[in-house]
Design a protein around this ligand. Structure first.
Ligand code: ADP
Length: 244
């Protein structure tokens, strides 16, 4: 198969003595929309950090197909962190430009071609009119789009979104999920959407990855829906037992 993007084989990660990921193996293909679900403490963030190259791998391997390395092919959207902070100084276009700087060699400068690319992505996400606003003055939903623009401006083949809607109200949340689906379908960008909200993620993802430190399920969302027993017995490792 030549549409593989990322291949994870027997991945294990420890924090000290504690094993947080156990022998996890899967393949992400071009165009996949994967909902990564699991209770608190199940290792979702650790798996994402492993793909981004931010934690040492104890055992196993991660192969990035068809790109020179992790930083060229993966965009990352963290949870909204600056909501309500009107003192945060960056203007929208400057925040988005950061998404290009990370990929440049020294000296790192924004060119006029970069500025064109920034304008295109701002228009694509319907936030061009906010270009010169300070990010701290924007609503949670608008900030989320700015961070999405920063993650997308370098045209990543895979976008990882970490609980992207947890700070948003239901209407903005639904709009955001539709936007991600559109990006996935129209541009073929692969998506990994991390969530503990299984019911919303099932509505938009094509695949479900269910993690409880080991991989309990990875396959089509349709098949997952026919095997509801998968959601029994999922543990919150940090706060006691829950079922998602
Ligand atoms: P999730 O994102 O599913 O909530 P995490 O990957 O954040 O899970 O955490 C998995 C486990 O690893 C948890 O028990 C958490 O407390 C622990 N953990 C996470 N980060 C660290 C760290 N930097 N050092 C030590 N333990 C950590």
């Amino acid at each position: 198969m030549n549409n593989k993007l990322i291949e994870v084989e027997n991945l294990s990660v420890y924090y000290g003595q504690q094993q947080v990921l156990k022998e996890v193996s899967f393949v992400i293909e071009q165009g996949d929309y994967v909902g990564l679900v699991g209770a608190n403490g199940s290792g979702k963030t650790t798996l994402v950090k492993s793909i981004l190259g931010l934690v040492p791998i104890s055992k196993g391997s991660i192969t990035y197909h068809g790109s020179g390395g992790v930083h060229k092919g993966v965009g990352y959207l963290p949870q909204v962190a600056v909501t309500g902070n009107t003192l945060f100084p960056g203007e929208v276009h400057e925040i988005v430009a950061v998404g290009l700087l990370g990929k440049k060699r020294f000296p790192k400068r924004i060119t006029s071609l970069d500025n064109q690319r920034i304008d295109i992505i701002l228009k694509r996400l319907d936030i061009y009119h906010l270009k010169h606003k300070k990010i701290g003055d924007l609503s949670g939903g608008q900030q989320q789009r700015v961070l999405l623009a920063r993650a997308m401006v370098s045209s990543p083949r895979l976008l990882i979104l970490d609980e992207p809607t947890s700070a948003l109200d239901p209407k903005v949340r639904t709009e955001f999920f539709s936007l991600i689906k559109k990006i996935n379908q129209e541009e073929g960008t692969s998506i990994i959407l991390v969530s503990h909200d299984l019911s919303s993620i099932k509505k938009c993802s094509s695949k479900i990855m269910l993690l409880d430190r080991e991989l309990l399920y990875y396959g089509s969302t349709v098949d997952f829906n026919m095997n509801v027993n998968f959601v029994e017995g999922i543990h919150d490792h940090d706060h006691g037992r829950v079922v998602i």
